[in-house]
Design a protein around this ligand. Structure first.
Ligand SMILES: Nc1ncnc2c1ncn2[C@@H]1O[C@H](COP(=O)(O)OP(=O)(O)OP(=O)(O)O)[C@@H](O)[C@H]1O
Ligand SMILES: [Mg+2]
Length: 348
């Protein structure tokens, strides 16, 4: 690839500042939404931490002095909000804070080798949480999508329409979320509705080999996930197989990462490669298609999900295990996974 031109560098820097402004607008909207109480504070604390994590990770060597100064101001403003929120939470009643932690929507990303079971587990987890009365936004981050099927979504096009996108030459593939649409609005307006009230958004056309729309949606969907601040909604992202998109940071929005491994040695090799990309997020390792194999070295699973041939059959018929084989031990084990993820989140 040729080195970027000066014009391209300037465009990227302008975009970086625009992105900071958008993030600050999200924080300001959260602060003024009146969603107070411990739940509102926890949501704000998490969102600020997420944006601070991003701002702190940007390589300043590539930024002009002006843009670097904009980052400094952004970080200082977020630090001040974080300190105030920490103080308010410390002053709140510990029982209220503990109860709110249990209600705060999860931010999950599922990663693992191809065929490990990310999609089946994402959809079954989404259905499990939704049936427990939680609001769920499930997002397919795979350009070869499949999550919608497991959510009972009959549409064949669940990507973002052009009206949700605007050209941004500096963004990956040249497009981003249109100005003026908040992440929540995008999910409400353009998300498909699945079983149990699940909202669904994907990167593109399901079953289509045309990847253009998927590419156009990449930056926007990541902006939606990163800025999605609803405290009541669980977010589940099903990532593309392998380390490429985790390496790119597609799971940056998540506070919990589920690494899915199958029994095969190569599945474990990929999982090990993924572990450093989990960073300081909470890690949950899941052994899927489990029969009675010993655990992979270095990958102690928190949950073992049994192999069930009924599941493979359900998938061939385009059905969710939830509908096709609700009595499957896989559905029961995913219930345990949901319990574990909620308990970990409640423990803080
Ligand atoms: N516990 C299980 N028992 C039996 N079959 C399973 C189990 N988990 C997944 N499968 C089957 O394995 C296949 C791959 O699962 P899935 O599509 O969820 O994997 P994936 O990790 O999302 O793959 P990809 O990386 O290709 O997106 C599917 O046919 C699915 O039905
Ligand atoms: Mg998949």
């Amino acid at each position: 690839m040729p080195p970027p031109t000066d014009a391209q560098i300037a465009a990227r820097q302008a975009w970086a500042v625009d992105a900071l402004d958008r993030r600050m607008a999200i924080i300001e909207a959260m602060q003024s939404s009146g969603a107070g109480g411990a739940l509102g504070l926890l949501g704000l604390q998490r969102q600020v931490a997420k944006f601070l994590g991003y701002a702190g990770s940007v390589n300043r060597a590539r930024l002009s002095d002006d843009v670097s100064a904009a980052f400094d101001r952004h970080i200082a403003a977020l630090d001040a909000i974080a300190a105030r929120v920490d103080g308010d939470l410390a002053a709140a009643h510990p029982d209220d804070v503990a109860a709110a932690r249990g209600r705060l929507g999860l931010r999950l990303a599922l990663i693992g080798k191809g065929g490990a079971g990310k999609t089946v587990l994402s959809s079954t987890l989404a259905r499990t949480l939704a049936q427990r009365g939680r609001k769920v936004f499930a997002c397919d981050l795979d350009t070869c999508p499949g999550l919608a099927f497991g959510l009972g979504i009959p549409v064949d096009d669940a990507g973002l329409p052009d009206e949700a996108l605007e050209e941004q030459p500096a963004a990956p593939y040249g497009w981003q979320l249109a100005a003026g649409i908040t992440p929540e609005e995008a999910v409400e307006r353009y998300g498909a509705e699945g079983a149990d009230g699940i909202r669904f958004l994907g990167l593109g056309k399901i079953g289509s080999v045309d990847k253009d729309q998927a590419r156009k949606s990449v930056a926007a969907v990541r902006q939606i996930l990163m800025g999605f601040s609803s405290v009541h909604t669980d977010v589940i992202g099903d990532l593309e197989a392998g380390p490429t998109t985790p390496f790119e940071g597609y799971h940056e929005y998540a506070t919990d990462v589920v690494v899915v491994t199958g029994p095969a040695w190569r599945s474990a090799m990929t999982a090990r490669r993924l572990l450093p990309m989990v960073g300081d997020r909470r890690l949950t390792i899941v052994a899927n298609r489990f029969r009675d194999e010993p655990d992979h070295p270095g990958l102690p699973p928190s949950i073992r999900i049994p192999f069930d041939p009924d599941l493979t059959q359900a998938e061939r018929e385009g059905l969710s295990p939830f509908d096709a084989c609700p009595g499957s031990p896989v559905v029961a084990a995913v219930g345990q996974l949901a319990d574990l993820l909620l308990a970990q989140a409640a423990a803080g």
